[in-house]
Design a protein around this ligand. Structure first.
Ligand code: UD1
Length: 364
């Protein structure tokens, strides 16, 4: 079967790594397309190198601009490419502008769409990702769900055909690439020791592009009892600089920012290094979707800097706390993590680490 897989943003490279491997092992003819959405070396090429993802057959070079401009340019270029390559299926991942553009371009010319990470919902339509994932699910013929809750979300919207609960490909990636890296070694590179720091990431539009929210997060981080190691996403770096919250020099040098010796701002890190640092962290502080689960995989408590999450099972199981961006609430959630015992159970919500093989099998 000829499959065009479309990726473009950092989390998609991670999800695609196990799937590319499984598709090729199963004898599928895969054509890999990079939309160009993420283009910095540290946001893109690093992951191809580290995770052994084959070089993209096509790179569309579409990056930046408004949502409409980015999605529109991708739509036009992807349609042309799909007509030329004539795949049996177009495979898309997650919830980015790249996901929606590829799904829409394929569905309109009657090429079946398969969606990896289908059925996730935050029920917050102010998030661009929520719009992207709802629309992509409704365009897809094959819907690969990571969890039982994702299957139920689709059923609630009347989608039951073509739905497969396969587990989470991010668990496959974690098992394959992240379990063996040494947390102590990774922490030592930043002068830290396991259990002696928090790891933080911030990139959502609702946090990074709202000066009050971003200032709240910075204030909270600076007030904590342990240093906060913060690999800074380019969107957030721009916002921190323009809001006067961190100087250009602070980001990348590991120097102090926001007047606090507790905050260590560094450039975005590779997948293996991020996960090694996560495994050594006292807690993760994040507005990322995927990292909430990575924390769960590695039994690291998570404080989510949002009011809702797609991964509600991590909250219900007691491993994740929703704290928004208010400094007092963040500090309170972190202190609850520090003072309490971690939950005794960590159910296998995300499958057995073989989701990618199952996807390759279902594709035929
Ligand atoms: C996108 C996804 C989000 C995903 C995230 C992972 C959408 C709507 N959002 O958000 O779901 O969780 O990726 O990181 O698709 N930039 C650079 N260099 C890069 C990449 C981006 O400078 O390598 C800049 C862009 O030009 C833009 C900003 O960062 O100014 C934001 O990038 P964009 O791709 O629009 O959204 P993300 O915040 O990365």
């Amino acid at each position: 079967m000829r499959i065009v897989s479309v990726v473009g943003a950092r989390p998609q490279f991670i999800k695609a790594a196990p799937v590319c491997r499984a598709l090729r092992a199963a004898g599928h003819d895969e054509v890999l397309v990079h939309s160009g959405q993420h283009f910095d070396h540290a946001m893109s090429q690093v992951f191809f190198d580290e995770l052994g993802i084959p070089a993209p057959d096509h790179n569309l070079g579409v990056a930046g601009g408004s949502h409409g401009a980015m999605t529109g340019q991708m739509l036009e270029l992807l349609e042309r490419l799909f007509v030329e390559v004539a795949p049996d299926t177009v495979l898309v991942y997650g919830d980015t502008n790249t996901t929606l553009a590829a799904g829409l371009a394929a569905a309109k010319i009657h090429i079946p769409v398969a969606h990896v990470e289908a059925g996730l919902r935050s029920f917050n339509r102010a998030m661009p990702e929520e719009i992207n994932r709802v629309l992509t699910d409704h365009l897809s013929e094959l819907l690969f769900c990571p969890t039982e809750i994702a299957v139920a979300n689709l059923a609630a919207e009347g989608i039951t055909d073509g739905v497969h609960q396969v587990g989470d490909v991010m668990l496959d990636a974690a098992r394959h690439h992240a379990e063996h890296a040494d947390p102590a070694k990774a922490a030592a590179r930043y002068g830290l020791t396991p259990g002696g720091y928090y790891l933080a990431t911030v990139h959502r539009a609702a946090t990074a592009d709202d000066p009050v929210a971003l200032a709240g997060v910075v204030e909270a981080f600076a007030s904590l009892d342990l240093p906060v190691l913060w690999p800074v996403h380019p969107r957030t770096r721009k916002a921190l600089e323009s809001g006067g919250l961190a100087s250009r020099d602070a980001v990348g040098s590991g120097a102090d920012a926001a007047g606090s010796s507790a905050l260590r701002l560094v450039e975005p890190l590779s997948y293996v290094e991020t996960n090694a640092l996560l495994r050594g962290a006292a807690a993760l502080l994040t507005d990322s979707g995927g990292m909430q689960k990575e924390a769960y995989f590695f039994a690291v408590p998570c404080v989510t800097l949002r009011e809702e999450t797609e991964w509600v099972e991590t909250v219900e199981a007691g491993w994740n706390r929703l704290a928004g961006t208010d400094p007092a609430r963040i500090a309170e959630a972190v202190s609850a993590v520090r003072s309490g015992e971690p939950p005794s159970e960590r159910p296998a919500f995300y499958g057995d680490g073989h989701a990618a093989e199952e996807i390759a099998r279902v594709l035929g």
